[in-house]
Design a protein around this ligand. Structure first.
Ligand SMILES: Cc1cc2nc3c(=O)[nH]c(=O)nc-3n(C[C@H](O)[C@H](O)[C@H](O)COP(=O)(O)O)c2cc1C
Length: 92
């Protein structure tokens, strides 16, 4: 299985690992990352790196730059000085 059906479970696992390790372990968020929303979800859950595969197949390589643009926008809108401030933000 890959893509969208993995996303919610992936977020649950990122949340769990982030909480159990007090944010001290670098987490690669993967599973259904396909948009700025899904990427932001993984980062605010605790991922400091994100990976995607299926979205590249279904949406083409431009999905990466559109996610990066969206993440920059979210970073600004949330008044973070850098996206690193968003890592694990959901748990604060
Ligand atoms: C066709 C295909 C080939 C894959 N090959 C590998 C691989 O060689 N090594 C690996 O670690 N993960 C591999 N994966 C897993 C993906 O890197 C990724 O973890 C998984 O597809 C979930 O992310 P996604 O929802 O963005 O696709 C593969 C996935 C797919 C669909």
């Amino acid at each position: 299985m890959s893509g969208r059906p993995l996303h919610n479970r992936s977020i649950e696992v990122i949340d769990l690992i982030y909480q159990e390790t007090d944010g001290n372990l670098p987490i690669v968020g993967v599973g259904g990352i396909e948009s700025k929303e899904t990427a932001w979800n993984a980062i605010t859950s605790g991922a400091s790196l994100i990976q995607l595969y299926s979205a590249l197949v279904f949406n083409g390589p431009s999905v990466a730059s559109s996610i990066v643009k969206g993440l920059k926008k979210n970073t600004k809108e949330n008044n973070f000085s850098s996206i690193s401030e968003a890592i694990g933000y959901k748990h604060i």
